[in-house]
Design a protein around this ligand. Sequence first.
Ligand SMILES: Cc1cc2nc3c(=O)[nH]c(=O)nc-3n(C[C@H](O)[C@H](O)[C@H](O)COP(=O)(O)OP(=O)(O)OC[C@H]3O[C@@H](n4cnc5c(N)ncnc54)[C@H](O)[C@@H]3O)c2cc1C
Length: 243
Amino acid sequence: MPAILKREFNIDKIIQETSRTKTFVLSPVDKLPFNFISGQWVNLSLIPTQENPIVASRPYSIASSPANNSSIQITFNIVGSFTNQLDKMQVNEKVMVMGPFGHFKFIESEIKNAVFIAGGIGITPMMSMARYSNDKQLSLPITFLYSNKSIESVAFFSELNELAKSNKHMDMVFTLTSSDSLPENWNGETGRINKQMIEKYVKDVSQSTYFICGPIKMTQEIATLLKEELNVQSECIKVEGWG
Ligand SMILES: Cc1cc2nc3c(=O)[nH]c(=O)nc-3n(C[C@H](O)[C@H](O)[C@H](O)COP(=O)(O)OP(=O)(O)OC[C@H]3O[C@@H](n4cnc5c(N)ncnc54)[C@H](O)[C@@H]3O)c2cc1C
């Protein structure tokens, strides 16, 4: 296995996804390809300076499709010390990227039906999977359940609708959990992802492979529900825990 190096990446573009969510489009300064599998993550750190020789780093799932290996996208919520530093960065500034890492991998040849279950910013690895499936025109059936508190916090709303239109094998289901702020004419689901919602949308519950990412409590509850109430085998449940 080749050694995993820390490489310098340029911030090519910054996209404001929601009021508290941003995407960085990053490309390697050495212009060499960056290969990864959908679902994997990188460790991102700032460039040390004389004033700040010790810099923090954090893991981020790659949100872009591996069909493009000349740049990657990471999408983050601005919530704390590191992401507040990222929020201040500008196009053409540099970061260090190490990776790819992780076993939360989307390998199409190993899957019969895929179910993506994302909560909030936990969408990022599945965004890569959905983009990749579209780029490669995979005929793999995908049911994508994406839960957010309110419409304001839904990242990639338009793009996901477009992906679902162009990929006839992907069914997209949005659910909003806060009933006080439902948009007018909302035709998605409401409430948390539960047994009834899974049974309503997933065609072959026990023969599907589940990718779950979001708040730790949500991922644990859904994994338990799948195993204990819907008879899904543990090896068909992949969870990315960020907690
Ligand atoms: C494999 C993996 C992949 C990941 N991928 C992503 C991704 O794609 N996108 C993403 O956004 N994150 C991702 N994360 C999480 C990410 O690594 C960081 O933990 C996240 O960005 C928060 O970092 P931070 O330093 O800004 O927040 P921290 O300062 O570490 O704060 C973390 C939490 O503590 C709370 N907090 C901070 N300060 C205070 C305070 N003073 N009082 C009360 N609460 C406080 C914040 O609200 C926040 O919820 C991933 C994590 C893992 C392990």
